[in-house]
Design a protein around this ligand. Sequence first.
Ligand SMILES: [Zn+2]
Length: 345
Amino acid sequence: MTQIQYLKNPRADEIDDSPAEFLQQLGQASCIVLDGEDTSRNRAFVTLLHGNEPSGTKALFRWLKSGQKPAVTTICIVASVQAALEEPVFEYRVLPDMRDLNRCFRAPFDDGQGMLAKEILDLLQEYNPEAVVDMHNTSGSGPGFGVAIYADAKHKALVSLFTNRLVTNDLRLGALMEISEHLFPTVTIECGGRLDDDADELAWLGFQRFFTLTDIFTAENIEEDIEVLRNPVRLELADDCNLEYADVPGADHDLILKTDIECHNFGLVKKGTQLGWVGDKGLSIFSASNIESECVLDELLTIENKCLYTSQNLKLFMITNNPVIAKMDCLFYAVKDNGNDISEF
Ligand SMILES: [Zn+2]
């Protein structure tokens, strides 16, 4: 049974009046095929793998309403429509008890999410796009960035349509962008916070470049302009630990993070910057390991009199002040201040 419905060249007046109504209209995972000025080449735009990340859907809605024709034939895949439509709209990353769709792009494809991922992969292979952009938002507020498994000229050029930061990762988790390894150049674009107006703007500006440029791979000065952050480590929190956000230390908490913690997103965080306070359990509430699965906690954090500090100059990102996300996903990602792996000497 297929989960994805096809639409071809919908007219602007056939699209309902808001992104949420447009999703209602779709009602299920959808592939919208838009014929280009040049129909000999294809591109693919994927979004809403996570139902709570609206910037890509909003950009697509805006494009469809504009009635424009893309430079080349472009297929637009809107994935987790049902999760996004669950009230309140754009709140659910996945429906309850479902797997994260962006971890399902590798075998086995045996549950509902796996089968949807497989259908998306089959569709992409059918159209054989010259490039794939997969648009997301971060949970916390912050500037946008691209993610790819390679930092070569093609991936940098694609990312540069949207932002000048590229995060690369050697870990393979079953994310869509990993198809770069054997199929087509694919980048994830994290437009910025899911509630940030700036994220919608970044999405729209880049979206227009991706849809209208005849050549998306010839951006100039790519080598100098793109900052590459390699193999970030995730700082994770133990399940049984309680987390609070505050600007003063308090009893009864394993971890208190400062309320303005999100301001460190992508800035240089100097050695000895205080991030918050810990309780009696100290550093044991955290885990962080590098690509070799070695613990790198001491290279990130140090404690003095229950105050929590950075132990070297770092670049941090994906910091959130949402305790649910922080516990479910991670507190932040970190690289050295030069963009390299924490464990690089
Ligand atoms: Zn996402």
